[in-house]
Ligand binder design. Sequence first.
Ligand code: HEM
Length: 135
Amino acid sequence: MDAQAIIDSLEEVAERSDDPAPQVYERLFARYPETEALFIGDTRGAARGQMLRQAVETLMDYLGPNIYAANFLRAELRNHDDIGVPGEIFPRFYHAMAEAFAEIAGDAWTPAMQAAWEDLTGQIEQIVQVPARTI
Ligand code: HEM
């Protein structure tokens, strides 16, 4: 996976948007309408914002030192299972991020960025297939 392309894409987004969260969740809810109801208690969007920040932080670890990303994702799978979030949505969340970020980056979004995000989504799919309790 082209980690630099993902980092470049995040920089393009940061330059253009103070808060990409609304677009990310718009994409997620459009594709997976059943997920919107899960956030009914998050009236001010604080949990949604925090979740996206954590997802990006985890991504930065994964692209860099890769110390905790996989285990953290698997632990979150279990936490989220308790609130009714199916694990297979996790890679889709990264996919929704890619779609929203591409929209925000506009012309600055390159084929290399697109390919890197597709690779990433595939790798997250692999990670979440291994439940934390088997480690
Ligand atoms: C990389 C993947 C994910 C990470 C790291 C993550 C992380 C988090 C964190 C840290 C919180 C607590 C936020 C807070 O209350 O401050 C949270 C809450 C939540 N997450 Fe996630 N999450 C991930 C994926 C997902 C996905 C894919 C869904 C389903 C669409 C989801 C649904 C929720 C819901 C419903 C809450 C509770 C919102 C509320 O308090 O009302 N999460 N998540």
